[in-house]
Design a protein around this ligand. Structure first.
Ligand code: FES
Ligand SMILES: [Fe+2]
Length: 381
């Protein structure tokens, strides 16, 4: 993995100033983010096990742009805009299975590769030739079994966008390809979070608040000895275990469990985490709903078979701790920060960047903001 920047800027100059609060409260910025960020980057759609057989499909959307993912007869996973070329009706809803895609409105039908099969016309009509009508394909790529889509036809592949990440996750979590999706589906409904999506991302990219803000988390992990690295369009955070089977968060079984924490941030809004406890890999996607509100999508993988008789119970305790302790602690911080962004007296924050003291360093947030600024082609806001 790439190493942290070697020459941090301690000058107190603009390198240490965070994004302006405008970025967190402006509807105009949100509209630009749609066009310049979310419609041009890889976004999670579903897990490949949800489209396991030819004809299986999952409908989704990226900020209102409807897409569906489907397995073709030849076994390939494809994605298309979920809009009928006839008059614009949605082709499929939710999840399901079909051998032919039939539009509910006027019954035009399409094969699984997007080609037109049939439209209603008489021989003398002026209907278009079948060769002129087809579904519009969407870029689709699979990483570690997770299916991503990209509305930008010219986007680089996932391997080129987030170089080295897939290999690093496989190295860290070698059994991941044998894992299955917990509960058989990406977590629904996603969690509602009443703050700008970047506040969620910022919160995951520093652990300066962990020692006092997450007492149980800080008891389970050796947060003083954590480290990070910054890479091309991504960052990685490692927090070693404190080595306590009994701790203030949830019980661990050192013989069967993962003890350390690994977290990968993939620009702009995807996270992969392997957390202390029974084997796991979780995907997070922080998506805006509008400027001041977002959701957190979560898809978690777990071992296909229990590794030991107590695994399910430990998984359950970890999940409850996340829902009842950790997430509410973070939510309170994030809500308050969102309020702070609206204060006339607050212009922009600071980054504390110190590679010698990585528990307190906010280099990953700065990295995120630098990538964000570059993608948004900052125009003086
Ligand atoms: S809108 Fe789909 S067949 Fe008419
Ligand atoms: Fe936190």
């Amino acid at each position: 993995m790439p190493q942290p920047e070697t020459s941090p800027d301690h000058s107190g100059g603009s390198d240490l100033r965070a994004l302006s609060s405008e970025y967190y409260v402006s509807d105009e910025v949100f509209e630009r983010e749609k066009d310049l960020l979310f419609f041009r980057t890889w976004q999670y759609a579903c897990h490949s096990s949800e489209v396991e057989n030819p004809g299986d499909y999952v409908a989704t959307d990226i900020l209102g742009q409807n897409v569906f993912v489907i397995q073709d007869q030849d076994g390939s996973i494809r994605a298309f805009r979920n809009v009928c070329p006839h008059r614009g009706h949605k082709l499929v809803e939710g999840r399901g299975h079909t051998t032919v895609l039939v539009c509910p409105y006027h019954q035009w039908s399409f094969s699984l590769d997007g080609g037109l099969r049939r439209l209603r016309k008489t021989p003398d009509s002026q209907a278009p030739a079948a060769s002129k009508v087809c579904l519009i394909p969407v870029r689709c790529d699979v990483m570690l079994g997770f299916v991503f889509i990209n509305l930008d036809d010219n986007a680089a592949t996932i391997a080129d966008t987030w170089p080295g990440v897939e290999a690093h996750i496989l190295e860290t979590c070698p059994d991941v390809m044998s894992y299955k999706l917990a509960d058989g589906a990406s977590t629904v409904p996603p969690a509602d979070v009443d703050c700008n999506w970047k506040i969620q991302v910022d919160n995951y990219l520093e652990c300066q608040h962990c020692r006092h803000g997450h007492e149980s988390f800080a008891d389970m992990l050796d947060i003083c000895n954590q480290n990070y690295s910054l890479g091309e369009n991504h960052a990685y955070n490692f927090i070693p275990s404190a080595g306590k089977a009994e701790n203030k968060a949830y019980p661990l079984d050192p013989e069967h469990d993962v003890m350390d924490l690994h977290f990968w941030f993939l620009f702009p809004n995807i996270g992969f985490g392997q957390f202390s406890g029974p084997g796991n890999l979780s995907l997070f996607q922080w998506l805006p709903v509008h400027t001041g509100r977002g959701i957190r999508v979560n898809a978690s993988l777990e071992p296909a078979e229990p590794t030991d008789p107590g695994m399910k119970e430990r998984q359950h305790k970890r999940t409850r701790w996340g829902e009842e302790i950790l997430q509410p602690e973070d939510l309170a911080f994030m809500r308050s920060v969102q309020e702070g962004m609206h204060q006339h007296s607050f212009d922009r924050g600071w980054y504390i960047v110190d590679h010698e003291n990585q528990e307190f360093s906010e280099a990953m947030i700065r990295h995120f903001h630098q990538l964000y600024r570059a993608q948004m082609e900052e125009s003086g806001i």
